[in-house]
Write a protein that binds this ligand. Sequence first.
Ligand SMILES: Cc1cc2nc3c(=O)[nH]c(=O)nc-3n(C[C@H](O)[C@H](O)[C@H](O)COP(=O)(O)OP(=O)(O)OC[C@H]3O[C@@H](n4cnc5c(N)ncnc54)[C@H](O)[C@@H]3O)c2cc1C
Length: 440
Amino acid sequence: MENLVKETEVAIIGAGYGGLTAAALLARKGIRAEVFECLSVPGGRARSTERDGFTLDHGVHGYRCADDSAGARVLRELGETIKWVPEHGNRAMLVTGGKRFVYPQKVADIFRLPLLSPGDALRFTLILLKILTVPVSMIADTSFAQFAGRASKRPQVRTMLQALGLAAMAPDIDQASAGEVVHLLRRGIRARQGIGHPLGGEKQVIDKLIRHIIDPVRLNLKNGVRKIHISDKRVEAVETENGIWKPKAVLFAMPVQRLFRFVDPKHFRPEFHNYALNLEPTCGISVDLALAEPVSDEGGSILDLEQFLMGRFPSVSDPSLCPPGRQLATWLWVVNSLKMRDKNFIRGVREQMRNKIEQLAPGTMGKVMWERWLYFSILDGVYLRVGQAWQNRPPLRSQDVENLFFAGDTARAPGVGGEIAFLSALNAVPLIEKFRAGDK
Ligand SMILES: Cc1cc2nc3c(=O)[nH]c(=O)nc-3n(C[C@H](O)[C@H](O)[C@H](O)COP(=O)(O)OP(=O)(O)OC[C@H]3O[C@@H](n4cnc5c(N)ncnc54)[C@H](O)[C@@H]3O)c2cc1C
């Protein structure tokens, strides 16, 4: 333990997408910064692992709108590009009532869906028209079901709306913020690109970000933050496992729910403290299955709308993810945050997931060599429901502590999950620069 107090321009807390993005952008501008990360590997909730020749992302990961995503934009700023796995053959499948159908890409496809009667297809199409035309600012505080109106009560229309809600990882349409869902759907339509998966998994993106974290920025792994000392509305010091730092500015690049492990709430306005304490994340359970031989040739996602279970065989379109002759499957069950605390429910989920996976992709469970289970009390930092929509999230510069900034997937930026993390960091860096320049 070094007890010397050290100085730096910026202390970045957390080396996930948010912290790494900010670090790489600050390095490019020649601004001195220290990144503190408690784990021995960077990448946070997007880190990857190798096991027996399999490359495992930290659960199913993808970039909405591929080259038009915030992650791709960050890498472009750094002079890099993301290499994607080919999209060819990666059609997403929806499963409901035991039936499978291709996720509709065009309005004409909606009318061909066996799920919808002609009347319901028309109702659903009218909702889609409204999605394309309504001013988003008018529906920020409206649930997606309210936005869809009476048609949302019809079971089949409701199922299709849930499929759309999944774009925001908020399948409960009575809770999902219509503003967030509509914003994401419009972006998808405009970009004309679906979900992009980096070749070789998340490792490609994390490695590229790290390549740009060079002098005068340093990445300190296994050096977690213990305390953030605030006085007189300023962060005075950041205490880490290896010492005490006096930064001019601090970027908190972790879920804001965790801020009050490090600081005394008395330094913040009560409404911000309450928001952070009560912020509901998206939660879920994930399993990676290492398969002894291929069982599927489907490269796209499979979405079960009854359980909100989704999965892929990522090695179908990216064989680099597993040894020759093997196959990798990754499945994720989106769980309500209250149920995540129910131990009995969680105990039953593993068995249910195994059964459901076998039903959706027959032959899988018989070929499993090993399984890796992950339990996420925070999958996406924020569940995109009414009251937690973009406008409600904390601004990128604290309103209470003048040299404290926020990035990561709970900060104020549009999108969902990783998209918010990348974009908030991209937007926080110029604010930090401005602050440094004394332009407060
Ligand atoms: C299974 C799963 C699937 C997902 N799928 C997608 C997807 O398809 N698309 C998408 O866009 N997003 C997806 N996400 C969400 C995405 O992974 C996150 O939004 C993103 O990784 C968040 O990045 P972040 O930088 O905000 O936070 P994090 O990645 O959580 O980074 C915070 C970092 O802080 C570190 N830390 C914790 N405590 C301390 C401490 N005391 N001191 C220092 N450091 C500390 C953590 O170890 C971590 O590295 C998924 C998430 C999961 C879990």
